[in-house]
Design a protein around this ligand. Structure first.
Ligand code: SF4
Length: 249
């Protein structure tokens, strides 16, 4: 199948080097999200605002970015539209694969699935698994809270899932189904108390143990999470790492 329009991928930055990064709208595509759930909504005057879920404790950084930046919002919305169209016209796997081949640079072997968004359906997850199988020279990795979809699936050896705590299916992590998982913490001290290393560059996503992520982003006013960020910033400890990874995944 020849595609006239490809999905948008970005290329790695200073912290996440040499990789393709894919995103879809935050919150709206995250059926398993709970404590992080936030999304951008368009108001009657056309402006966007952030909306938190009823259980939100720490706000999704990716959703805040969609409120702040037109380009970010539009790019992720376009990706979602193209994925939906592909179900009718071709297949999601074909579109994703063709888009990767279109964007891929010589030195890029890694694909981060979702700086923003999550596995919104089994069909979508299976499409990514199929793409990983078609590209055995590449490594695909994702954080996910859609853990019910992964249960019982055999992932190819070049597909790395990190189960993300803070969602509806945390109990599956607690039951031991996902040995590599991530936990969002307020401080380095909290991570140390849990016996977890803090990840700053996604390297732990390819490891074999759980890890912690420091909360970032714009948090609900007066929340403990916001206060923790403020305290870290005041103490000069803020790393400035600002992808979704650092927020909840
Ligand atoms: S942090 Fe991740 S799972 Fe949670 S709402 Fe944002 S994109 Fe979805």
């Amino acid at each position: 199948m020849n595609f006239t329009e490809f999905l948008n991928f970005s290329h790695g930055n200073a912290k996440l080097k040499k990789r393709l990064i894919f995103s879809i709208p935050a919150g709206k595509t995250c059926p398993g999200a709970l404590y992080c759930k936030s999304f951008a909504v368009i108001q009657p005057d056309g402006k966007r605002k952030i909306q938190d879920g009823k259980d939100t404790k720490f706000r999704c950084f990716a959703a805040s970015s969609e409120v702040q930046y037109d380009a970010v919002y539009n790019l992720r919305a376009t990706n979602m539209e193209l994925l939906m169209q592909s179900v009718i016209n071709a297949s999601m796997a074909d579109l994703i694969d063709a888009s990767i081949q279109h964007h891929r640079r010589k030195n890029e072997r890694l694909v981060r699935i979702h700086e923003s968004g999550d596995m919104f359906s089994l069909g979508y997850l299976l499409a990514w698994i199929e793409v990983a199988k078609r590209n055995p020279d590449m490594i695909f990795y994702c954080f996910s809270k859609s853990l019910d979809l992964f249960l019982g699936l055999e992932l190819p050896s070049n597909f790395y899932l990190t189960a993300s705590k803070g969602g509806k299916f945390d109990y599956l992590i607690d039951e031991g189904h996902f040995p590599r998982y991530s936990v969002v913490v307020k401080t380095e001290e909290e991570a140390a108390a849990l016996g977890l290393e803090i990840d700053h560059d996604d390297s732990h996503c390819l490891g074999d143990k759980p890890f912690a992520l420091l909360v970032h982003g714009t948090q609900p006013k007066g929340s403990d999470w916001g206060k923790a960020i403020h305290a870290r910033r005041k103490a000069g400890k803020f790393t400035g790492y600002s992808t979704k990874t650092a927020v909840s995944k």
